[in-house]
Design a protein around this ligand. Sequence first.
Ligand code: ADP
Ligand code: MG
Length: 238
Amino acid sequence: MMVTDNKKRTSRADTSLKAEHEYICGNSGTGKSSYIKEIMKGYKRIIAFDPDDEYGTMPGFTRIETARELVAKLKAAGSGNFKIAFVGEGKAAFEFWCECVFKVGLCLAIAEEIADVTSPAKAPPAWGKLIRRGRKFGVKICAVTQRPAEADKTILSNAAFIRTFALGRFSDRQAISREIQLSINVMEKMRPLDWIHFARADLTKTAGRLGQRRAAIPINDNGESLQKGPAKDTIMKA
Ligand SMILES: Nc1ncnc2c1ncn2[C@@H]1O[C@H](COP(=O)(O)OP(=O)(O)O)[C@@H](O)[C@H]1O
Ligand SMILES: [Mg+2]
């Protein structure tokens, strides 16, 4: 566990934060992709595992379907910039993608719907290696899922940041509630676009809503605002 370091937690612009893994979960349509688009703004080398074919048409992205093309594209990119959407499906394709990310290093690696290619039991080997050692090579993983209860736990426990949007299933809320020490009742009150963000370095939680102007609000384990003043009520309104 890292010791609290005020310099480190100030902003995402701080380059020292850039290779810290992030876990993003929520039902379909709750705001995960909108959040990831914000993260992507800070990176020039991006590679997505994109089974649902969502990134290929984004500005600057090359859509790639085969392992051979992926290797060729990364070799051509060398130490330069790239934005790649690998439209792979299944566990073998995912493991291959993990190997490629590990080799290329220094990038933002977005893994979409990890519950389809991992299980809670044990991380697939290349994925496990990427999680544990990727950071040293400047790889920031963004692992995305609608089903935290059904997905790999290695990334959940190794993520420096966990951002949860609304989750429809009890088992999924339970998994996140336990990991970030947040009352499950608070999670039940979340609606699409609401989010709660956990920073492992200092165990803080903040809450907000996409598209909302006001700053994120620090909250306690019961979802109550830690801000001074009258706003003592819970953040997520029933
Ligand atoms: N800032 C925002 N304000 C209002 N609506 C938004 C905002 N961000 C996203 N949405 C809407 O919320 C829906 C879900 O967003 P999306 O990020 O695609 O969710 P997910 O990736 O979790 O399925 C989309 O219809 C999108 O238009
Ligand atoms: Mg999405």
